[in-house]
Design a protein around this ligand. Sequence first.
Ligand SMILES: C=C(O[C@H]1C=CC=C(C(=O)O)[C@@H]1O)C(=O)O
Ligand SMILES: [Mg+2]
Length: 469
Amino acid sequence: MAISEETEQFQGLASAIQKAKDLNDQVLFSHIKKIKCNNPLSFYQAGRERYAGERFFWEDPAKEITITGLGNVKKLKAASNAERYREVEKSWIKLQNDAVKTGVTDIEATGPLLYGGFSFDYETDSTLLWNQFGDNLFYIPAFMLSIVGKQAYLTTNLLCSPDDSEKLFIDMINEREAFLFESLDGNELGANSLVMQREVEPEEWKRTVAEAVQEIKTTDLDKIVLARELRLGFERSIDSGKVLEQLIAEQPLSYIFSLEAGGDCFVGATPERLIKKQGNEVFSTCLAGSMRRGKDEQEDVCLGEELLHDQKNLQEHQYVVSMISNAFDSVCEKVMVPAGPTLMKNRHIQHLYTPVRGISKEGVTIFEFVENLHPTPAMGGLPKEKAVVRIRELEGLERGFYAGPLGWVDTYGNGEFAVGIRSALIQNNEASLFAGCGVVEESTPESEFRETGIKFNPMLSALGGNLNE
Ligand SMILES: C=C(O[C@H]1C=CC=C(C(=O)O)[C@@H]1O)C(=O)O
Ligand SMILES: [Mg+2]
């Protein structure tokens, strides 16, 4: 006779506690069940107070996977050095190897899942701006709603210690019922009202671009991505749920993401995938080379054509295609790269776009792909190491998680990381927006300034700011 769901959960939890006692270590317990819910944002908002500072949101452009996490049973944080990818992965593997799962246990992006990201550059110390995030930050959420295809799943995670008792079970059920009730209650999203918008050191930034162009002409540096910052001030604390709602409506072809840390929130709508792994299939995206959108259909088509044939933008793009293809070649059995770029058109900007696909060699993990790929020349430059050093020296801002890999990995080895561009760091009633551009030999400070101005627009629009032309 089939046992009830409650009995199954109870037995699973009891065996996780027993395992924790046997191993004298913490053991992760995870229960996954199908639920009816098609509004992940209302789930996110239900945790606004109870799980403040420990929420996340992820939706991919194809809307195949939406993940919302509340609370955290375990925070993983690796040291700030080149080993950070392996270190996070090692801690994750240890936790998942001992994990006890009950309920629906064969669906990707459900069950115990690690969500978070890495800063752009592990060699910069975090200042006040990014100190809640540090160099890297990953959560295993307490409650997680995954919408995979059209089906919703609720994962409940618990980290059991050797001295835990089965009373944990009652507490877990009570907490889950309480907040699920709130989540069904419908949640009003408060509007954000902007009172200040300021570009940080625009003239200084243009001089830096001019300096970088000179360096490209006279040294072995081929490309460097330089970013700048825009500061916003609001009447009240910004509601990240409201920002997500706007981004979902306005940027349907982008990844919509948020990651809260303490009182701060990193949120954005990035069009750029770093790596997706599904079984042994891997996907990356080369997105570099930009043009504004036209005022009407005809102008838009003309601008797109111009972009497709513009030598400066094609070179900027080609550096990315070569680097990603080479990185794939070393860890894939098969790599597929289209002969030339097409256009990706987002609401405020169009880009040269080349998707890269591969079949990964046996045993290569998503963290290895992240390590090999980051930063691509769409975020850093070429040669990679030199560009990162020069960004550190020239840029005059702390990138933090801007342009860094952000995403998730499940216990089946699947996962996806995007790069955190078209993004903002929200701190109470203030926000920092970041936008960068690929500087190559033919770049001019004015045109790169305009390009970065347009790249602020997705976040400016979602936050109610004045858009750049
Ligand atoms: C670094 C950013 O964009 C990159 C992605 C697409 C196009 C880019 C470009 O044309 O310069 C950038 O490499 C950003 O938006 O902050
Ligand atoms: Mg560009």
